[in-house]
Design a protein around this ligand. Structure first.
Ligand SMILES: C[S@@+](CC[C@H](N)C(=O)[O-])C[C@H]1O[C@@H](n2cnc3c(N)ncnc32)[C@H](O)[C@@H]1O
Length: 193
């Protein structure tokens, strides 16, 4: 029987699993230790994953994992997700963001409001109708709250005729508990609009 796990990262994957087909293209905007990339790669038997991280440490480490597992459908990009349009010009079905810092890594290297918003705005341009963006948000670290405020202001401004935006958040836990934002590009929209 399917077991629901009420954890933001896991719920993001559960939702993505429902929309992603094996020949789609997807983006992991924050590679880190590569959990979302491995998850996306396992679905995309005929498609591919573009995975971004500014830390060469994370990219190099994960390249070894890909080689060991003989995974060939992941394109690792050691650059900021704000440059997504430099690397991708095909319609994308799913973009996953996991904000904040790399667990077990340098906690001073964090995602930032300006670059996160640029990446999100550009992701929405290449998102297929019916496609989704998931964003796991953390507010407990220095800089997290500022990023959350910027993000909230931006997503609230999205045209509801074009995008549906929801958040999944604990009601009975610390305000700082991670939570999930899901953005869907409504099906009736033209990807080139
Ligand atoms: C919370 S971690 C991601 C965790 C990852 N999903 C995993 O499974 O381990 C956030 C990552 O975003 C990266 N990052 C920070 N700013 C970035 C940017 N502008 N573009 C791409 N990655 C960035 C950090 O280096 C860090 O590895």
């Amino acid at each position: 029987m399917y077991k629901i796990v009420l954890k933001a990262t896991r719920m993001a994957q559960d939702i993505v699993e429902k929309v992603l087909k094996e020949d789609d293209f997807a983006v992991d905007a924050t590679l880190g230790n590569g959990n979302d990339t491995l998850f996306l790669s396992s679905i995309l038997n005929k498609g591919k994953v573009y995975s971004f991280d500014i830390q060469s440490y994370a990219v190099d480490k994960f390249k070894k994992v890909l080689d060991e597992k003989n995974i060939r459908n992941v394109i690792l990009i050691n650059d900021g997700h704000e440059n997504i349009l430099k690397y991708i010009n095909e319609p994308i079905k799913v973009v996953m963001f996991n904000l904040g810092y790399l667990p077990g890594g340098d906690q001073s290297i964090i995602t930032k409001p300006d670059t996160t918003l640029k990446a999100l705005e550009d992701s929405l341009k290449i998102l297929k109708p019916g496609g989704i963006v998931t964003i796991v948000v953390y507010t407990g670290h220095v800089g997290g709250k500022e990023e959350e405020v910027a993000l909230k202001n931006y997503i609230k401004s999205l045209d509801p005729k074009v995008f549906s935006v929801m958040q999944i958040k604990f009601v009975n836990r610390d305000e700082k508990a991670p939570y999930l934002i899901v953005i869907e590009k409504n099906d009736s929209c033209n990807v080139n609009k």
